[in-house]
Design a protein around this ligand. Structure first.
Ligand code: IPE
Ligand code: IPE
Ligand code: MG
Length: 245
């Protein structure tokens, strides 16, 4: 469900769109005395399990926060490790995703990554374009505030060109200028690792999302946890500001 078309209240069953802040790779590695890279590798394996669980359960949209616009502040070695992992998955795992009926979509400032990653990412989006079972949205160099600012800039430019009148800007028009244009808003936002914050993730889009925080680090996340969060979600009552009947 997107924008303002949600019903006044709704008992929830299966979320159409699950979004996950995949946090805790570093702590997972350090509690095991392993290098950071081992944590990120184990995190990538959890991504594969989660995609399988989402398709098996019939979730249609899965957004994964893989790298925030602030994660560029990390040490160059860690950024290089994360970039290499991303390159590996884009090169070697997209065909498998595609066979499973998964469409890949990327949101974020891809231009900050090396050119070969940008090309692989665009190619992955292109080759999976026709798939309809699950849309896997990867948030890469994504920041919610940057998303809102680029939407405002695009609309200001459209007004300056005479293609849009300022009075026409409403929530629907605004949402269509965001990087998530055409996507339903997340129904459920999950964060692992015990931190209870959004860290600049889908700020506009999560306005009415149900939030679930898990104490486990991301590399431990598996299909059992996925089912558990679906179960928590199914017991929530979404009101969207209305008084329940
Ligand atoms: C999440 O794990 C992965 C990214 C942010 C890229 P972290 O690396 O943030 O793990 P912690 O929070 O240090 O444990
Ligand atoms: C959020 O995790 C970003 C991702 C999971 C990609 P961080 O580990 O970067 O968040 P903070 O810094 O603890 O808020
Ligand atoms: Mg973290």
């Amino acid at each position: 469900m997107s924008g303002s078309d949600h019903p006044a209240t709704a008992h929830t069953c299966l979320p159409e769109h699950v979004a996950i802040i995949m946090d805790g790779n570093g702590r997972w590695a350090s509690t095991r005395g392993l290098p950071l890279l081992a944590g990120h590798r184990a995190g990538a394996e959890a991504v594969q399990r989660t995609v399988r669980a989402a398709t098996a359960r019939g979730v249609r949209w899965l957004t994964l926060y893989a790298f925030s616009s602030e994660n560029w502040r990390r040490a160059p070695g860690e950024v290089a490790d994360l970039t290499s992992l991303l390159r590996y998955y884009l090169r070697h795992k997209v065909a498998e995703l595609s066979r499973e009926g998964v469409r890949l979509r990327i949101i974020g400032d891809l231009a900050r990554f090396p050119r070969d990653i940008q090309e692989e990412a665009r190619r992955a989006e292109e080759v999976t374009r026709g798939n309809t079972r699950l849309v896997l949205v990867l948030a890469l160099s994504y920041g919610g505030r940057a998303d809102i600012v680029q939407a405002a800039t695009r609309m200001a430019q459209a007004v300056a060109r005479g293609e849009l009148r300022a009075e026409q800007i409403d929530e629907t028009v605004f949402a269509s200028a965001l990087l998530t244009a055409g996507m339903p808003d997340p129904d459920l936002v999950v964060r692992t690792s015990g931190e209870c914050r959004l860290s600049n993730f889908l700020l506009w889009q999560s306005a009415y999302a149900e939030l679930v925080f898990l104490d486990i680090p991301w590399p431990d996340f598996d299909a059992t946890h996925f089912d558990a969060v679906l179960d928590i979600y199914s017991r929530r009552e979404r009101r969207f500001g209305a008084r329940p009947a």
